[in-house]
Design a binder for this molecule. Structure first.
Ligand code: SF4
Length: 432
C-alpha cells in the first residue's frame, strides 16, 4: 500500500492509497469517482497506444520514427506555429513546451488563458488576496461558491473544507456557513444545511449584484426592497452581513464568472469588492481561490512566469520573447498560425465551433493519451503516458501549492511521457 496524490483534478488530493505491484494497480482507496476514472484511463478503451499519421485522409498506425519525422516536417515547414494545452502535463513538460516554442518561434498558451488565468491577468490591475486549502480547513467560517459547481468539478473539495474541523476551531461544520451563488440549481446546492444560503441569481446578473454590494460597502445605502438580480432583499442583507462580518471567508471563483457581463469585467469588480471589504474589516478577511478543472492549469502560469517573466500567451520571434497582446483565441480567430501542436487537451470540442473549424483547417499534431474530437482530425498523434500514474512530475494545486506527482506503474512500451516526446522534438528540430 502506498499513499500518492491524485491527478484527476486541480485539488490534487494527496491522501489516496493504492495497492500496486508496479505493473498493475490492484486497488485505489479514497479517490472520488472522477479520480477513479483517472486511474481507469490506464486501461480505458479510448486510450491511444500507438503513434498515428494521416495518410490519404485516414489515420493509420505508424512507428515512432515516422511519426516524429512527420511532426518535424510539419513544424519545419511552418513559419507561425501554435502550441496549446499543457494543463494536464507536469511543470517539467510545460517548461520543455515553452523551450520548444522558443526554438521554433511559435506562440504558446495553456488552457488557463481561457479559464482561471483570466482572474490572474485581471489581478495585475486590482491585486488579489489568495489563500490555501489548509488555511481554509483550519480557519474558515464562511465559504462562498460563486459560479462554481465544486461538487461536480472538484468532487472532494467540500468534504475537505466544509466538513472538516480546523486546527484553530473548537467546532467544524457547525460554525461554517456555505453560500452558493449560481443561476442553476447545481449539485453543490445539495450539501446545504439550515444555516447556509442558496442564492439563485439571474443569469449574467452577477455584475449587478457585485456593483450593488460595492455601493453598500462604501456608502451603506439600503438594499432595494425589490432585491437585486432575482435575489430578495432579506437574502441580500444576510449575504452582506456574512461578507462584512466573517472572521475568515473564502470565495471560490468558478467558470460562471469568467465571461464579461453587460460589457464589464465581472472578475475585476469582484476582486475590487474583496479589497474593499478587507480594507473595511477590523478583525477578519476574505480571500479567493480559483476553481480550475485540469490538474496543472496553474502550473503553466508559474513555469512561464518564472522562466520568461510572463504568465501566459508567449510569442517568440528570433528565439526571443516578443511583445504581444494576442491570446490563443485571437490567434486562432485571426487565423494567425499555420500549424498547431496540441498537448493533452481537446480544443476541437472545447472551443466555439467557428474557432474549431479554423484550427482544424491547418496541420495539427496532437500529444495525448486518449481519443477525442481533436484526435479525430489530427494529422499526427503522438501517444503519451498518464502523468501522476505512469510518470512523475511537479504540479500546482488550485491554491498554488506545489505537489510532487508520483510514478506508480510503467507506461505501455508503445507510449512516451510528454517530456520525452518534447525532448525528442527539441533534439530533432535543433539538428534539422
Ligand atoms: S477531488 Fe480531484 S484530486 Fe481529489 S480524488 Fe477526486 S479527482 Fe482526484
Amino acid at each position: 500500500m502506498k499513499r500518492i496524490p491524485c491527478s484527476g483534478c486541480s485539488l490534487l488530493c494527496d491522501d489516496i492509497i493504492i495497492k500496486s505491484d508496479g505493473i498493475f494497480i490492484d486497488e485505489v482507496v479514497g479517490a472520488c469517482l472522477k479520480g477513479k476514472e483517472r486511474f481507469d484511463q490506464v486501461t480505458a478503451k479510448n486510450r491511444i497506444l500507438s503513434p498515428m499519421i494521416r495518410k490519404n485522409g485516414k489515420l493509420v498506425k505508424s512507428s515512432w520514427d515516422d511519426a516524429i519525422s512527420k511532426t518535424v516536417e510539419i513544424i519545419s515547414q511552418s513559419s507561425n506555429p501554435l502550441l496549446y494545452g499543457f494543463s494536464t502535463s507536469s511543470c517539467e513538460a510545460q517548461f520543455k513546451g515553452i523551450k520548444l516554442a522558443k526554438l521554433i518561434n511559435g506562440f504558446i498558451d495553456s488552457n488557463s488563458t481561457i479559464c482561471q488565468g483570466k482572474v490572474l491577468n485581471t489581478s495585475k490591475q486590482t491585486g488579489i488576496t489568495l489563500t490555501t486549502i489548509t488555511e481554509v480547513i483550519n480557519k474558515a467560517d464562511l465559504l462562498i461558491l460563486w459560479g462554481a459547481n465544486a461538487a461536480a468539478s472538484i468532487p472532494r473539495l467540500l468534504n475537505k473544507v466544509l466538513f472538516s474541523r480546523g486546527k484553530f476551531r473548537m467546532t467544524g461544520r457547525e460554525i461554517k456557513t456555505l453560500i452558493v451563488l449560481d443561476p442553476m440549481k447545481t449539485a453543490s446546492f445539495g450539501v446545504m444545511g439550515v444555516r447556509d444560503i442558496a442564492l439563485n441569481i439571474e443569469p449574467e446578473k452577477d455584475i449587478e449584484l457585485i456593483q450593488a454590494l460595492k455601493e453598500e460597502c462604501c456608502t451603506e445605502k439600503s438594499i432595494p426592497e425589490s432585491g437585486i438580480a432575482g435575489i430578495d432583499a432579506n437574502d441580500l442583507k444576510r449575504l452582506l452581513l456574512h461578507l462584512t462580518g466573517t472572521e475568515y471567508g473564502v470565495i471560490f471563483i468558478g467558470q460562471g464568472l469568467l465571461k464579461p457581463q453587460s460589457g464589464s469585467n465581472v472578475i475585476q469588480e469582484l476582486l475590487e469588492l474583496v479589497q474593499m471589504i478587507n480594507e473595511k474589516q477590523q478583525k477578519g478577511r476574505i480571500s479567493v481561490i480559483l476553481v480550475g478543472g485540469h490538474y496543472n492549469m496553474i502550473g503553466f502560469e508559474h513555469v512561464a512566469l518564472s522562466s520568461y517573466g510572463k504568465n501566459s500567451s508567449l510569442q517568440f520571434v528570433n528565439n526571443q520573447l516578443a511583445e504581444t497582446t494576442d491570446t490563443i483565441v485571437l490567434k486562432v480567430d485571426n487565423e494567425d498560425f499555420d500549424s498547431s501542436l496540441i498537448v493533452g487537451t481537446d480544443p476541437i470540442s472545447h472551443l466555439p465551433i467557428q474557432l474549431s473549424k479554423k484550427l482544424a483547417a491547418k496541420p495539427l499534431i496532437l500529444i495525448d493519451n486518449k481519443k477525442s474530437a481533436t484526435s479525430q482530425i489530427a494529422d499526427v498523434i503522438l501517444p503519451s503516458a498518464i502523468t501522476g500514474i505512469e510518470c512523475a512530475g511537479l504540479a500546482y494545486r488550485l491554491d498554488h501549492v506545489p505537489i510532487e506527482l508520483q510514478k506508480i506503474i510503467n507506461p505501455p512500451s508503445s507510449v512516451k511521457t510528454d517530456e520525452e516526446i518534447l525532448d525528442l522534438l527539441l533534439e530533432k528540430l535543433k539538428n534539422s
